[in-house]
Design a protein around this ligand. Sequence first.
Ligand SMILES: *[C@@H]1O[C@H](CO)[C@@H](O)[C@H](O)[C@H]1NC(C)=O
Ligand SMILES: *[C@@H]1O[C@H](CO)[C@@H](O)[C@H](O)[C@H]1NC(C)=O
Ligand SMILES: *[C@@H]1O[C@H](CO)[C@@H](O)[C@H](O)[C@H]1NC(C)=O
Ligand SMILES: *[C@@H]1O[C@H](CO)[C@@H](O)[C@H](O)[C@H]1NC(C)=O
Ligand SMILES: *[C@@H]1O[C@H](CO)[C@@H](O)[C@H](O)[C@H]1NC(C)=O
Ligand SMILES: *[C@@H]1O[C@H](CO)[C@@H](O)[C@H](O)[C@H]1NC(C)=O
Ligand SMILES: *[C@@H]1O[C@H](CO)[C@@H](O)[C@H](O)[C@H]1NC(C)=O
Ligand SMILES: *[C@@H]1O[C@H](CO)[C@@H](O)[C@H](O)[C@H]1NC(C)=O
Ligand SMILES: *[C@@H]1O[C@H](CO)[C@@H](O)[C@H](O)[C@H]1NC(C)=O
Ligand SMILES: *[C@@H]1O[C@H](CO)[C@@H](O)[C@H](O)[C@H]1NC(C)=O
Ligand SMILES: *[C@@H]1O[C@H](CO)[C@@H](O)[C@H](O)[C@H]1NC(C)=O
Ligand SMILES: *[C@@H]1O[C@H](CO)[C@@H](O)[C@H](O)[C@H]1NC(C)=O
Length: 800
Amino acid sequence: MFGTVSSIIISVIIAVFIGSKDCIACFRNDEHKTNIIPTGSSFYQECHCSEPGYNMQYIKWTDINNEIITAGPGTDSLIYVEKQSDGLNIHIPKVSKSMSGAYKCITNFEGQQYVQTHTIEAYDPLYFINAAEVQHIMESQDSRINCEARGEYPPLITWHKGEENALVEIQNSEKYSITKEGLIVRNVTTEDGGTYKCTAMVMVTGEEVDRFIKVEVMTVPIIQDIIGIPNTIVMLGSKLSVECIAEAKPQPEYIWNKVYTGPNDEGNQTWKQVANTLIFDDIKGYDAGYYECTAYNMAGNSTSGALIEVLVPPEIFGFDNMTAEEGTNIKIACEALGIPKPNITVTTSIFDSDENGEKNTELPLDWSFVVERYHKGVYYCNAINEVGNASKTMYLTVLHKPYFEYPTEDLWGWNGKVFNLSCSHESEPPSVISWRFQGNEIPTAEQVELNKQLIEKLNNAQEQYLPVNIDENFLYGVYECVAKNAYGEATKTITLKKGFVPSVVNNITIEQQAATSVTFSIQEPSDYEGPEVIGYTAEYDQAANYEITHIHLNRTWAINRPFKLEKLKPNTTHHVKFAAINEAGTGPWSETLVFETLERSVPEPPVLDSDYVQIESPDNVLKWKAPADNGDSIDYYAVRYCPVDDDSDGELCGEERIGENTEFNLSSLEHNTTYFVEIIAHNAQGNSTPSNITLITAALSTHNTLGLLSAGAIIGIAVVVVVICLVLLDLVLCAWRKQGIIATCCSKKTKDDELKSRDEKGLLRDNGDLEDCHKRPDKGHKEYEYNKTTGIITGKHSAV
Ligand SMILES: *[C@@H]1O[C@H](CO)[C@@H](O)[C@H](O)[C@H]1NC(C)=O
Ligand SMILES: *[C@@H]1O[C@H](CO)[C@@H](O)[C@H](O)[C@H]1NC(C)=O
Ligand SMILES: *[C@@H]1O[C@H](CO)[C@@H](O)[C@H](O)[C@H]1NC(C)=O
Ligand SMILES: *[C@@H]1O[C@H](CO)[C@@H](O)[C@H](O)[C@H]1NC(C)=O
Ligand SMILES: *[C@@H]1O[C@H](CO)[C@@H](O)[C@H](O)[C@H]1NC(C)=O
Ligand SMILES: *[C@@H]1O[C@H](CO)[C@@H](O)[C@H](O)[C@H]1NC(C)=O
Ligand SMILES: *[C@@H]1O[C@H](CO)[C@@H](O)[C@H](O)[C@H]1NC(C)=O
Ligand SMILES: *[C@@H]1O[C@H](CO)[C@@H](O)[C@H](O)[C@H]1NC(C)=O
Ligand SMILES: *[C@@H]1O[C@H](CO)[C@@H](O)[C@H](O)[C@H]1NC(C)=O
Ligand SMILES: *[C@@H]1O[C@H](CO)[C@@H](O)[C@H](O)[C@H]1NC(C)=O
Ligand SMILES: *[C@@H]1O[C@H](CO)[C@@H](O)[C@H](O)[C@H]1NC(C)=O
Ligand SMILES: *[C@@H]1O[C@H](CO)[C@@H](O)[C@H](O)[C@H]1NC(C)=O
């Protein structure tokens, strides 16, 4: 470009020079020329001496300061002259601005001076500043493509878009603004990317420079998705990766950050970032939280986040065994951590009266209370959340002084009694026990000695029982037990009194009377010192026997039982006497009571355990106990049964008389049905009053399929009859025509004989097979036989 411009200028100069060549001196005219040349370029001008007789000695060049240029080529001088045979040439290899000015070639002709003036006007050439060849503009914004040129004169900038061979000129418009600094592109879209040509021109110098700029459109990252693999909710200890996916030009970089740091975060970062992915190899509870991904590039950045949840099964902290002193204030609390927050329950079985301890009472979560003895025991803490549960057991020990449930006790003693004096108590920690005897009328010395013995009897100081063996020398009186531990002491007094057997029974009345039995009522004797009555004994017999023997029948009852004598003889006089029994022994006999049994009569009603029973399948029977027969033995029981849900006025009722068995087989009754059953016992005197019971018979079972069996039996019988008839028929056939199964199978003829005899009858023809003798002959019609007994019709010659 510079070259072109300067060559044009030089040729103009040459042309001018050549035009003035007609002078015959070196030159004989003045000339003036201006050379506008860019700095940095070279300047060369010849000055010829063409007049004859003159040579270049008559020519000189002066510089801008009118000083003669003497320097020649090969010197350091920036401006030099070069001699030629016919002229002198000026050389400026590199023009600078300071070199601007008039350079003159001067010649003298006969005292006349002629000057050729060459003015150099040096200027700076056009060049681009701030016009990078690759530039980025930002999508959906107004962006400038920079292209600024500078030169000696303000350049004119024009813009084109496209490649070299398909350029489109860009004009100022709504979309574009051409400015000194560059091209402003409004509302950039991806289509605005591509190649632009920026041209700078200077009219004065004719300079023109182009610059092709590659423009790329940048987009701000937009986070499309944040994907947790497998999920953003994970179990403790699992692997998790969270990927951040953003779209942008150029490709964005990523930064992951945890935004919220929970209270349990120890500040340890357990995660790492690989490219756009956040990775946990073994996720911890405190890793839960909000994580942010920032995607950024030159165009900008954007941020989005994900909440990571870690599921942690509950873990219980604390809730360790506790020891507390009675009366102090304590708190039972259970703490559990887990995600989601676990539900915590604290329960105990200490309040349950039911000894299985199954039923637990739920307690307040932070239960603060004043400890009492009964609070000791087991407490359970249970923590549960959606991903698991944990439980822990705590034992509360309550320290307290000894307590006696009964601080005083009265006991009876008697000779030979071996027992323990109990100092049983509650205490925590265990108490030390000491025993003391407080006699009323014994000398102190003796008492001291006695107490010494008492202490020796104990195996150790914590033994709660003092063994006692009462003999002649035993001292009745007050025994004292003292239990003592660090928290206090308690005393129990046991008053041991001599106990006697009960006094005589003196009020006996007859309550009930029957033919073979009698029931007495006895008033308990109370006018004695000793343990309470626990039973009675009686000695009794028929009056007549007292004259024969002194050995009589006896019977003993525990208290609270009916005092009933049984199996007595009807219509007979009896004697009886009673004595009361207590732990000390049996009291004296009462006076003899004389009573008559009643005459023989009907039996008592049969004895049933309840008035309702559901019968189970295997024993499909109703049982009862034989009642007293009242003198004459029971010869049978009569059972009457009616279905309960029956409106048919007893039509479905049944009655059965069974022998002396005290059970009734229910198989003949409908199964799984409710019956009202009455049972009567009968003896020579007549019927007892009925006993009754409501019962449900057993459900259908194999033992109880009588109805079905009888149907089956009929079929079975029919089959048997048919078979018998067939056998008879076969016998007849066998006897009459030597045919039939029996004939074939039973008669031990040789095969040949048989074949012969059969062949004689023409039965054996081409057919090589042995025809079964029972095979029905094919005569075109069939004969039938009617069996009157079975009602079954059979083919006459058929065995089928
Ligand atoms: C930018 O361009 C888009 C699509 O070409 C257009 O929808 C939007 O209105 C333009 N915005 C302005 C400010 O011109
Ligand atoms: C956390 O880091 C500290 C030391 O930096 C370490 O002692 C501690 O065990 C770490 N905690 C966990 C839970 O890894
Ligand atoms: C994101 O852009 C904001 C301003 O828009 C800047 O303050 C911040 O430093 C940028 N972040 C990154 C990571 O480049
Ligand atoms: C925790 O208790 C709440 C209410 O008492 C109940 O809705 C929730 O299901 C319980 N959570 C678990 C894991 O049992
Ligand atoms: C507690 O967890 C165990 C297994 O660890 C499970 O068998 C039991 O059913 C859980 N109990 C409840 C109430 O979820
Ligand atoms: C808590 O007390 C109970 C009962 O005394 C005992 O069996 C258990 O071992 C104790 N547990 C601990 C952790 O000491
Ligand atoms: C007395 O107590 C001891 C132990 O305490 C026991 O072995 C013994 O059987 C008891 N004796 C009686 C009669 O109850
Ligand atoms: C004998 O005992 C009966 C009740 O068993 C009572 O009614 C009667 O008064 C008592 N008789 C005497 C003398 O105590
Ligand atoms: C009670 O009778 C039985 C025989 O029935 C006899 O062996 C026993 O000695 C009798 N007891 C008394 C205390 O008479
Ligand atoms: C009952 O005994 C009396 C005599 O002791 C006798 O006269 C009477 O006939 C007896 N009655 C019966 C039914 O045997
Ligand atoms: C069944 O017997 C009881 C006595 O055991 C009696 O009170 C009741 O009236 C009797 N029921 C019928 C329906 O006879
Ligand atoms: C017995 O009968 C009742 C109704 O009367 C019925 O609900 C029940 O299922 C029956 N049981 C059997 C074992 O057939």
